[in-house]
Design a protein around this ligand. Structure first.
Ligand SMILES: N[C@@H](CCC(=O)N[C@@H](CS)C(=O)NCC(=O)O)C(=O)O
Length: 217
């Protein structure tokens, strides 16, 4: 298969697909676009105007969860349970992870301390609920890294960067999720799922958006 991932360098949803591709040791090409000024060819093929897209022998797939499941069904090793009930439960929690990414975006783009505290409290509630669902680790369903782990790693990578600037954020991370995060961020597939200058790009992007977290120096 010829695989091309259409990406915006700091997008967490693209990163999910890149992690799955890396876990599969797939060969793929990455094409970066500027979401503030997307090219016409991108608008023509992206139904929601969003990344990621995965081009498979020229056919276009969209939505990170669908791209991840397609890759899992097409390339070894299998990263999902063979039990339909477990797979369905994980799909639900992947969706929960998408919501958590939107909450994280709102936290990052909070413009002042009051808004930041409101978003922080909301995210704390969501993380506590997620921790109730998490068992003993090291990964979401035990010893095996699965698609659901790929779906959450981008959130934890950004959370770590945010906590370096805003130490109080660590208060809202339940300890068992902090351990899960350590296991995820140590994986090569996760480390190689973003460009080398990810931190600078991420920081620069949000510093330009009047973010409270990134404009306190
Ligand atoms: N549900 C989508 C969300 C993807 C998404 O929100 N991508 C953002 C970048 S991180 C995007 O392309 N935004 C462009 C826009 O909304 O116009 C997925 O899981 O793939």
């Amino acid at each position: 298969m010829n695989l091309e991932l259409v990406s915006f360098a700091i997008c967490p949803f693209v990163q999910r697909a890149a992690i799955v591709l890396n876990e599969k040791k797939a060969l793929y090409q990455v094409t970066y676009i500027d979401l503030d000024n997307p090219p016409d060819w991108f608008n023509d093929i992206s139904p929601f105007g969003k990344v990621p897209l995965l081009k498979v022998d020229g056919e276009v797939l969209f939505e990170s969860a669908i791209i991840s499941e397609f890759l899992d069904e097409s390339l070894p090793p299998m990263l999902q349970s063979d039990n339909p009930l477990t797979r369905a439960k994980h799909r639900g929690w992947v969706e929960y992870g998408s919501n958590l990414l939107f909450e994280q975006y709102k936290l990052i783009t909070a413009r002042d301390g009051d808004e930041y505290q409101v978003q922080k409290a909301g995210m704390g509630g969501s993380l506590a609920r997620l921790a109730n669902e998490f068992n003993s680790g090291p990964y979401f369903s035990g010893d095996q890294f699965a698609l659901i782990d790929a779906a959450y790693a981008p959130f934890f990578m950004r959370f770590q960067l945010l906590t370096e600037r805003q130490e109080d954020l660590a208060e809202i991370m339940p300890s068992k999720l902090a351990e899960w995060s350590e296991h995820l961020l140590a994986r090569q597939s996760v480390q190689e799922s973003v460009p080398e200058d990810f931190t600078e790009r991420f920081t620069g992007f949000f510093a330009g958006k009047e973010s409270y977290i990134f404009n306190q120096d």
